[in-house]
Design a protein around this ligand. Sequence first.
Ligand code: ATP
Ligand code: MG
Length: 426
Amino acid sequence: MNDILPPESALWEWLEEKVRAVMHQWSYRNVRTPVLEHTGLFVRGLGEVTDIVEKEMYSFEDRADKQGDADHLSLRPEGTAGVVRAVSEHSYLYDGGKRLYYMAPMFRRERPQRGRYRQFHQVGAEALGFAGPEVDAEMILLAHELWQQIGLKDVTLQLNSLGQPEERQRHREALIAYFQANEDQLDEDAKRRLHSNPLRILDTKNPAMQELATQAPKLMEYLGDASLKHFEQVQAILQAQGVKWQINPRLVRGLDYYNLTVFEFVSEALGSQGTICGGGRYDYLIEQIGGKAAPAVGWAFGVERVLELVKEQQLVPAAKSPSVYAIVPDAAALPQAMALLTALRRMGVAAQLHTSADSAQGMGSFKSQFKRADASGAAWALVFGTDELARGEVALKPLRHAGEQVLYALSNIDALAARIQSPIAQ
Ligand code: ATP
Ligand code: MG
């Protein structure tokens, strides 16, 4: 679990602002759900035989109340289950489908390494109550647009269709027969999943089993007309916008709840933690967790992994600096200086007050204050000299471009603010 301090945190804010802007343009609205949910929600939602539920959740019992009933709770390992719970609890789809997004911390007890943490952050989008392939495509385009806005390069889209449950069932039988015929090549994990979740064997990270997984029966060959048509329409929409993809028949995603379209955005630059975003359609999840059946599509991306790419590709934005740094030679001028700063800030000026570490030492020398002003990155120093203040004036001095200092009347701070905000020093 990481602490995120400045200047690193500025990168997070930058990304969050991009996300908010794009979500607004695409009409996705913000949703916020609790960090804790009943453990049963994730067991029902994600499936019992998944990495997350089997070994990664932070689960505990809270204190028993008077009746002696403690709750079994878990820190959320992902966002979809909680959103779906909230949507059904509030009958939120009563008047039609909804588009939602979130940015939030998630918790999984995995082995920490680059791009894999125990508290990590996801941006997720969910479109609930829509059945058509255009929504699958919209979701993919939405994520793709985010990469464009961030400036990410070399992110590839992988697509697959998992079909419908009955199609999967027929494929599953073929898969079990195939793996049984090759049982001597299965690792322990695969043997355990052979009957509970054979599709997940295709998702194996064990190099010794790659060949076996590649040769396995393909789900695509078991899809009926409706599923194939859905998948083709998704691709036609992507094609019309020049978005490129690869079909990956082994893309099954780590969770049980998906059907029809599934997708991942992958980058080569991140090594084995290469998946930055994953998602798909989950038409049966809402019903599975006890809500009124409704189709849905969603995805989530890992903020840490995307920011790792941002740094790798040197897309880091310039640091934000204050516009003015207030130099106050004598502490007696502080009340007046701080009142003026408040007024300037209300007019949209970003202002930083000089502060001393040790009040017994006073405010510090003129020279040391200017040194701090320089280090702050501010374009201007605003000097609250005692003599000038007595005359009702304050001095504005450029720090990063040529020019003399200019005096402004305290009674006319509009002119002062206009000068600070003029393009000259931007
Ligand atoms: P992986 O195969 O890398 O474990 P996943 O399939 O478990 O990923 P999802 O549940 O689909 O991941 O979550 C969506 C995204 O969240 C991932 O693509 C990844 O960017 C990010 N993510 C998942 N787990 C972690 C983690 N432990 N630390 C940081 N980011 C993560
Ligand atoms: Mg995982």
